[in-house]
Ligand binder design. Structure first.
Ligand code: B1M
Length: 210
C-alpha cells in the first residue's frame, strides 16, 4: 500500500498528470478508498512541491504544472466519491475567496461533502464577498464555506461573516485553508473552522444537528 501512495506523491512532484490519473485509477481499482489515495498520496506530493517552492528549489511554472497534475489526480477519486447518499443533509455554497485562485483543497472538500449527502453549489475561485451572500440567498443555503490559502486573502472571510451578522442572515459559516485556524475563526466570528475535508463534513454535520 505504501508503494502506491509514494507513487501517487511522485507523480505530483514530477508534474506528471497522465501518470497521476493512471495511479489514481489503479488505486481505486485495487480497492483503496478515494479519500485514502488523496490524503496519503497526492496531497503529500503537492505538500512536498510546496516546500520545494518555499525553499526556492522549484519555481512558479513548475508549481503550476504540479497543480495541473493534482487537478487530474483529484478528478478520478472525486468522480468515485460523487452521489453518496440519496437524501440531502443540507445545502452548502462554497468557494475560494476573492483574490485567491487556490482550489485543490476546495475540490476535495466538495467531494467529501457530496459523498456524505450534502447538496453543494461550487462558486469556483476568486469569489467576491457579495457573491457568497447572493448565491447563498439564491440557493437557500444552510452553510457558506470559504476557502483561503493566502494570508492576504483570509480577510475576505471576515467580510462575509460581518455582512451576515449585520444583515441578520441565517447562514452558518465555515472557514478553511492552510493559513486558517480555530483561533482565526473565533476572531472573525465564523461558526466553525475545518482543518481538512473530513473535519469539514463533521463540523457542518454538527452545525446542522445531523
Ligand atoms: Co500557491 N501558495 N501561490 N499556488 N500554493 C501557497 C498557498 C503557499 C503557502 C506556497 C509557499 O510559498 N510556501 C503561498 C502562500 C503564502 C502565504 O500566503 N502565507 C502561495 C503563494 C505565495 C502563491 C502565489 C502568490 C505565488 C506567486 O504568484 N508568486 C500565487 C497566488 C495566486 C492567487 O491565488 N492569487 C500562487 C499560485 C499557486 C498555483 C496557481 C501555482 C497553485 C494553485 C493551483 C490551484 O489550486 N488550482 C498553487 C499551489 C498548488 C500551492 C501549494 C503548493 C499547495 C496548495 C494545495 O493545493 N494544497 C501551497 C503550498 C502548501 O500548501 N504547502 C501554495 C493541498 C490541499 C489539499 O490543501 O488547500 O490546504 P489545502 O486544503 C485542505 C485544508 O486546508 C482544508 O481541506 C482541504 C483538504 O484536506 N480546506 C477546507 C481548504 N479549504 C477549505 C474550505 C472549507 C473546509 C476545509 O470550507 C468548508
Amino acid at each position: 500500500m505504501a508503494d502506491i501512495y509514494q507513487e501517487a506523491a511522485d507523480t505530483i512532484v514530477n508534474a506528471n498528470r497522465a501518470g497521476a490519473e493512471e495511479v489514481a485509477q489503479r488505486a481505486l481499482d485495487s480497492g483503496i478508498a478515494p479519500g485514502d489515495i488523496m490524503q496519503n498520496g497526492f496531497v503529500k506530493g503537492i505538500q512536498e512541491v510546496g516546500e520545494l517552492f518555499e525553499s526556492g528549489e522549484v519555481f512558479l511554472p513548475e508549481l503550476m504544472m504540479s497543480a495541473d497534475a493534482m487537478a487530474g489526480a483529484t478528478e478520478v477519486p472525486n468522480a468515485a466519491l460523487e452521489g453518496g447518499a440519496a437524501e440531502s443533509k443540507g445545502r452548502i455554497v462554497i468557494g475560494t475567496v476573492q483574490g485567491d485562485v487556490h482550489d485543490i483543497g476546495k475540490a476535495i472538500v466538495i467531494a467529501y461533502l457530496k459523498a456524505n449527502g450534502f447538496d453543494v453549489t461550487d462558486l469556483g475561485r476568486d469569489v467576491a464577498a457579495a457573491t457568497f451572500i447572493a448565491k447563498a440567498k439564491e440557493n437557500n443555503a444552510d452553510v457558506i464555506g470559504m476557502s483561503a490559502l493566502l494570508t492576504t486573502t483570509m480577510e475576505e472571510q471576515r467580510k462575509v461573516v460581518k455582512t451576515i451578522k449585520e444583515e441578520g442572515l441565517p447562514y452558518k459559516t465555515v472557514v478553511g485553508g492552510a493559513p486558517c485556524t480555530q483561533r482565526w475563526a473565533d476572531q472573525i466570528g465564523a461558526d466553525a473552522y475545518a482543518e481538512d475535508a473530513n473535519d469539514g463534513v463533521k463540523k457542518i454535520e454538527a452545525l446542522l444537528g445531523k
